[in-house]
Design a protein around this ligand. Sequence first.
Ligand SMILES: *Cc1c(COP(=O)(O)O)cnc(C)c1O
Length: 392
Amino acid sequence: MTTTDTPSAIPATGYRLRLPGPTEVPERVRQATARVIVNHRGPECKTAIGETEEMIRPVLGTTNRVMFFASSGTGVMEAALVNVVGPGSQILVIEHGQFGERFTSIAKAMNISVDTVATEWGQAIDVAAVEARLRERSYRAIVVVHNESSTGMVADLAALGALVRDRPTLLIADSVSGLGGIAMRQDEWGVDIVVSASQKALMCPPGLSLASVSPKAWRVIEQDERRSVFFWDFRRALKSIELSETPFTAPVSLLYGLRESLTMMHEEGLPNVLARHEQLSGALRAGGAALGLADFCERGPRSSTVVVFKVPDGLEGGTIVRRLYADHRTVIAGARNRLSGRVIRFGTMGAFSAATILTDLLHLEDVLTKLGLPVEAGAGLKAATEHLAKTK
Ligand SMILES: *Cc1c(COP(=O)(O)O)cnc(C)c1O
């Protein structure tokens, strides 16, 4: 331990992975990933892929084919762009946080012509500004982050879907940190491409990503525009998924893991899963507020999968993060962007319960007290338990 303070009265706990991804992997899922490796084109793997696809469709709210890839989330963000953007076509990126900026960086790296509609981080996206842009220019796609993990803000996909419904423009959404924790109704909302990854609300180890593509987007993808794409070619991936395969070697262990985590989600019931995320993130926010931590987002729509607190004046976010780890093995995130030092972030997604967030608040209270904040003992736990009782 690096601290020189007197040890906490709270006994040390095990490693608590409380990041907004990767998230804790339930033991059932971890065990599923430990199964023997099988032929990636044999019947066992086909069954795993087929069942995984079938179980993830209701989570996405779609009847689309869902393609799986071996990559982290950023890979499939790039894939979404490279498959629809041809020479001369232009996209509009809605930036409301770090991951929206990443989309712009990817587009620039690909030499795609990109316009942006940027909102101040922590504010709701500006749908009217997007609509104004669409009236001025014809974009191949609008690109948006559904659940901004850097700020805790959710984008209104239904409103954006309505804007593109009668236009040729596609809507591409990164729901890497949303899918499985907040509502996604891809078909109803008119989202053309949803990309996501295994290590967040889907509570699997990192390394598996997925894309769900609408018929409207397929018509664009199938145009022969000589795109520079090989590994990520959705046309090839579609042919494979029709055989319950992947074009290249499938990440067999991770697919077994995802099949197990989806089984758990269906056992709990998808509406219950979403309600649990909403209730528990609300309880953590209430508890944090009682400890003097303001929500980074002054208004909603707030995320149920990541809670972002402002760091009180005079403190540095990294100090809180380091002390939570050193004293409690509670691993949360700060920021690696323009908010560095100014926010702390908790994952509230996947396998977590009321006990998880109450423990977070216990550890937070201890650390904030040690750092000299005037925290009322037990105030965070009280506010959180009250929220839980109220929202039962
Ligand atoms: C985690 C995350 C990603 C993907 O990051 P990787 O490290 O590439 O998995 C993309 N978008 C959002 C919103 C995320 O939270």
